[in-house]
Design a binder for this molecule. Sequence first.
Ligand code: SF4
Ligand code: SF4
Length: 263
Amino acid sequence: MLARIKEFLGMEAKPKEEASEQEVEKVAEEEKAKPRIGYIHLSGCTGDGMSLTENYDILAPLLTEMIDIVYGQTLVDLWEMPEMDIALVEGSVCLQDDHSMKELLEVREKAGLVVAFGSCAATGCFTRYSRGGQQANPNHESFVPIADVVKVDLAIPGCPPSPEIIAKTVVAVLNGDMDYLQPMMDLVGYTEACGCDLQTKVVNQALCIGCGTCAMSCQTRAVTMTNGRPEINEDRCIKCGICYVQCPRSWWPADRINQDLGL
Ligand code: SF4
Ligand code: SF4
């Protein structure tokens, strides 16, 4: 089930010829079982979790029949974090929050695949705009993408991610569809984007379709649309990368879009 992707990520514990009979049987049992998924909520608005749990038709069979949710605040009555196949991590991590930092390190230890679920976990998104000083936790000043702290295997962007991309990603993991997953693996390291990337990698490449998503997604209003194209005010840009990640013509390969659209 998850073997192909684990192999791809270099996570196989031992070469097959060195595995004992019991180990081979254990792996075969694991391959037959439903994947165990945990949900970890760090710093974000909870919109990603709502996208997962809302009763969208497309997600109902996935949540009830294809996977076992083994960990998650409000989803499972369990305090100790168990071993799991996939951990979906929502939210960025606050560097001054010891509890969140510890939880993230534990996730990395207990989960086969760690997924940055949603734009806050993947890029920091609007939490990067924090300057601290909030009444409850005035020392919470710095919020970073989780890949700045632990190794992350996949990033599913979106604020929140759509039910379609959630379902397709889980199915791609189950089927080992590396073509589908590769752009999201590449996106993991994309945590230092700036508004200029839109100009050089989208507009200058004649890929922009003038949809305005970048301007709508920028929380500092550094992007405005002029004559159907984005213009970046670099003085306002906080380098969160959200405009680039949300742009439908940026990181997702055009040939894959055409394939999905049947073109
Ligand atoms: S232009 Fe806005 S959304 Fe884009 S990286 Fe800068 S602050 Fe973030
Ligand atoms: S989101 Fe991308 S395609 Fe849409 S206007 Fe901005 S740069 Fe152009």
